[in-house]
Design a protein around this ligand. Sequence first.
Ligand code: PLP
Length: 408
Amino acid sequence: MLNWESIFATRSNRMRASEIRELLKLLDRPEIISFAGGIPDPELFPNDAFKEAYAEIFGGPTVGAALQYSVSEGYRPLREWLAGQMAAIGIPASVDNIFITSGSQQGLDYLGKLFLSPKDTALVTWPTYLGALQAFNAYEPTYDQLNPAGNRTPGAYAQAAEEGGGRVKFAYLSADFANPTGETVDRAGRERVLALAEELDIAVIEDAAYQSLRYDGEAVPPILALEIARKGDINNTRTIYCGSFSKTLAPGLRVGWICAAEPVIRKLVLMKQAADLHSSTINQMAIATVAERGFDEQVKKIHGAYRQRRNAMLLALERYMPAGVTWTKPEGGMFIWVTLPKGTDGAELLAKSIETAKVAFVPGRAFFADGSGENTLRLSFSCANGRMIDEGIRRLGDLVRGEVAQAA
Ligand SMILES: Cc1ncc(COP(=O)(O)O)c(C=O)c1O
């Protein structure tokens, strides 16, 4: 029998099943109230708009093109629509600055592939999006902690990377309603990240997967917009913006985009030619049609539903969580991040919770590149209704109260 491990490349050593995906498999049980999966509510997908768009494609003159191979950059009318969207959020960009990906996850994989040689350093927040760690891990980097609230000196980062045998290549962050914390980096924090990147002469990867999901408060300009305001032209910038239709229209179509300086886009196009030639032509066409006809209306619908659920979860946490437990108060997105008293273990709590309280969530440790964060957990409110939220948080609060009392 072939010893597969002996022929797997070293880059496969860090590929492990995501704790979250494994969990999701177990959570179909009807008795469990789940705040675990960070997925959009399927009830909110614009089904009718997609049905109409696909019917028009199949019944019209473009069906041949829709089912045919297409260019690696992406479907031009979609890129044109996106250029308009980017301009509206302070990012004047031409179609040549926009590249379509098969979900923003593919963008993260490509950027890892483009920048990271083994032992190079990626700066990430602690915690950060687990999928980004998974994407980057394949390129065998080390991680160092990015802290928009106040970073170490550029020299300290550079020295640590050099001691590890590589150099710092980029800072990755989700500046709006991050997965897993729900938190937003303020303008000063964004400027600090940019200043650090300039000092280190590295790229900034701005993961904007949740940017359109703001329910209240003032929008903060994207990092790329702040940089263009200073440099005058997107082609002089170092920030690479990763967008997604997954949280606004539908994740199953796998359509996202990257907006960045042309030299980066040109490299990404070559990578796509080698990897999958192009993203699904017909899905890009359907997304373009649905987005052109009703993107704003769809986003408004999502805001209404998720705002209500976020409010319900914040209220329930206030009502049921014992003293010593704290949580974030996100202005958008899908997540609330809970910090339990020190000494409480989120993974152990989950095992007990599944058994007794019958409530699921994601233990926070998986989101930390250094394996810390054991006393944290991520709650998602996107797929739960008000009754489930109140009941689920009540049961979780009872469980946590018992744990905290036992530890004291
Ligand atoms: C922060 C963040 N970035 C990127 C993604 C990937 O999304 P997609 O590939 O569906 O665009 C997700 C998905 O959950 C996410 O939470």
